[in-house]
Every structure is written in structure tokens, then in C-alpha cells.
Design a protein around this ligand. Structure first.
Ligand SMILES: Cc1cc2nc3c(=O)[nH]c(=O)nc-3n(C[C@H](O)[C@H](O)[C@H](O)COP(=O)(O)OP(=O)(O)OC[C@H]3O[C@@H](n4cnc5c(N)ncnc54)[C@H](O)[C@@H]3O)c2cc1C
Length: 264
């Protein structure tokens, strides 16, 4: 249970407080996860990020820097944010929650349902930490970065103009998602990423090599993922629908980024 709520006014102070209280303390952004059952924190000290002024959105040398405490709704409302990322933020169905939950919280929580992750992977997002470390989001997800105690300052999109499309599959807007997928077109070719049908959100690099041809893409996706039977659907259904969704997204990209059909 949180017994102390600390409100640092600068990044250095927040980092110092985390060092001082160590494992007893947690950074608190929107608090939607830390305050909600069943994910309520068992730490005693909350270090608020509200006073750190990490909610700026800036464009530098063509790169988009999204401050960690921008809320999901602020992402949706800013036309400088890539359309696919705005759409993915809208996959979090409740506007009340989108007004509270932050980009940094969504990234750092590493939760099972990570609907922004495929777009961030497809756009080669990088994470900027206090102290200056910059870690590829893909590496962070794979556990290759020791970031449990690190303060995330911003998410960097090196190529925000990259054509990118995303889709979530769920029975209803408020229902548990079956999967989320995204595809983007970089100078190296098509980037494809999924979550919900793999142990962690990930790029499907073997599948990306298959996107130049017109055949076999759905089967390649189905073979590349590792879904499990659960209340959202059978593994067989998830393999099938993931192949369809990714093939649709690649078709959307080839059609100029416009959805070729609706989805939820
Ligand atoms: C009712 C409800 C419904 C939800 N529905 C959805 C949904 O449909 N889809 C979905 O994807 N999610 C959903 N969530 C989860 C919610 O969107 C995420 O938990 C949220 O994005 C977390 O953001 P936050 O800013 O509130 O994080 P917080 O709760 O403040 O923090 C979450 C974690 O991230 C860490 N953290 C936060 N910011 C930083 C930072 N800058 N640096 C380092 N660590 C940091 C915190 O220490 C904590 O461990 C739901 C949550 C609730 C309560």
C-alpha cells in the first residue's frame, strides 16, 4: 500500500529518490495500473512524475520525440502523431482511462495486453531514459535492457512519416483483445509486428521477407506465431485470424496506407 507520495520537480530529483528508496518505491505516471485492482502496487512509496514536465511533443531533424507522460488521449488529439499510433491509442476503449494513462506507463507496464506495442515496433521506436541511455523498444521487450529501475523520459520515433497501419481484433471495443498487429513500410522493406499471439510483442522478421510475393503470407504468419487456447479463442483460430489480419495490413500498405476493409 502506498504510504508516501513524493512529488519531485525535476528528473534528477526523481532519480535520486528512486535510488534512495530502492525497491520500496515506484514511479507513478497516470496511476491507472498502480491504483487499480488486481494490478495495485505493493510498494510503499510513490514517486510522482507529474511535476517533471515530461509531456512535451517535439520534432527535431524529422524525428518525433513523445514525452513519457503524454496521455493516450493527448496522442490521439495531436495531428503530428502518426495516424497509426493515434489509432492504436484509441484501442484503449475508455476515454476516462485514456485521459489518465500515459505513453510511458503503457510502455513500462509491459502488460499482457499491449495494444500500442505493434505500432511502436513497426516504427522502430526508441526509448530515451534519464541519464541518456537510448534503447530500441524491440530490445526492451525482449528483455535485453536492464530498465526495471530506470526512468523513461520519452519515446523517439526516428521516421514518423513512415506509412504504417494497425488493427486490433476483439469481440467488442471493450472486450479482451485477441491480437493487435501493425505493418509499416521502411526504406528496408515491410515491418510487421504483432502482440497477443506471441509470448511478448514482437516483429515477425521471417515473415517480413515473404511480403514481396503475393502468396503464402497468411500461412507464414500462422506458422511464425505461438498462440495459446484461452477464453479469447482457440490457438487454431488465432493462427488463422492473425494470418488474415497481417495480409490485410500489408495490402493496406500497398494500397497507400488506406484500410481496405474495416476491423475492430
Ligand atoms: C479499468 C482499466 C482498463 C484498462 N483497459 C486497457 C485496455 O483496454 N488496453 C490496454 O492496453 N490497457 C488497459 N489498461 C491498462 C492501462 O492502460 C495501463 O495500465 C496504462 O497505460 C498505464 O499507464 P499509467 O500512466 O496509468 O501507468 P502507471 O499506473 O502510473 O504505471 C504503470 C507502470 O509503469 C511504470 N512507469 C510509468 N511511467 C514510467 C516512466 N516514465 N518511467 C519508468 N516507469 C514508468 C510504473 O512504475 C508502473 O510500474 C486498463 C487499466 C484499467 C485500470
Amino acid at each position: 500500500m502506498i504510504e508516501q507520495f513524493l512529488k519531485p520537480a525535476a528528473v534528477d530529483e526523481a532519480v535520486h529518490l528512486k535510488r534512495q528508496y530502492g525497491d520500496k518505491a515506484v514511479f507513478m505516471a497516470g496511476g491507472s495500473k498502480l491504483n487499480a485492482a488486481p494490478t495495485r502496487t505493493d510498494k510503499n512509496v510513490a514517486i510522482s512524475l507529474a511535476g517533471l514536465r515530461l509531456d512535451a511533443l517535439t520534432v527535431e531533424d524529422g524525428q518525433l520525440r513523445l514525452g513519457a507522460t503524454l496521455t493516450l488521449q493527448q496522442l490521439i488529439d495531436d495531428p503530428r502523431v502518426p495516424a497509426a499510433l493515434r489509432e492504436a491509442a484509441g484501442f484503449v476503449y475508455s476515454r476516462n482511462l485514456r485521459n489518465q494513462a500515459t505513453l510511458g506507463g503503457e510502455v513500462c507496464a509491459k502488460q499482457d495486453e499491449a495494444v500500442l506495442a505493434p505500432v511502436l515496433l513497426a516504427l522502430d521506436a526508441q526509448l530515451v531514459y534519464a541519464g541518456g541511455a537510448v534503447v530500441a523498444f524491440e530490445r526492451f521487450l525482449a528483455g535485453g535492457a536492464d530498465s526495471a529501475d530506470a526512468l523513461l523520459l520519452a519515446v523517439l520515433l526516428p521516421d514518423p512519416a513512415r506509412p504504417c497501419v494497425t488493427r486490433k481484433v476483439a469481440r467488442s471495443a471493450a472486450g479482451l483483445r485477441v491480437l493487435t498487429a501493425a505493418a509499416a513500410l521502411s526504406s528496408d522493406g515491410v515491418c510487421i509486428a504483432v502482440e497477443g499471439v506471441t509470448p511478448v510483442p514482437m516483429r515477425l522478421r521471417d515473415v517480413e521477407a515473404r511480403t514481396s510475393g503475393d502468396t503464402g503470407l497468411e500461412q507464414a504468419v500462422s506458422a511464425a506465431i505461438a498462440p495459446e487456447d484461452d477464453l479469447r479463442g482457440s490457438a487454431a483460430y488465432k493462427r488463422y485470424i492473425a494470418g488474415i489480419v497481417v495480409a490485410d495490413l500489408v495490402a493496406d500498405l500497398k494500397a497507400g496506407g488506406q484500410p481496405t476493409q474495416g476491423g475492430n
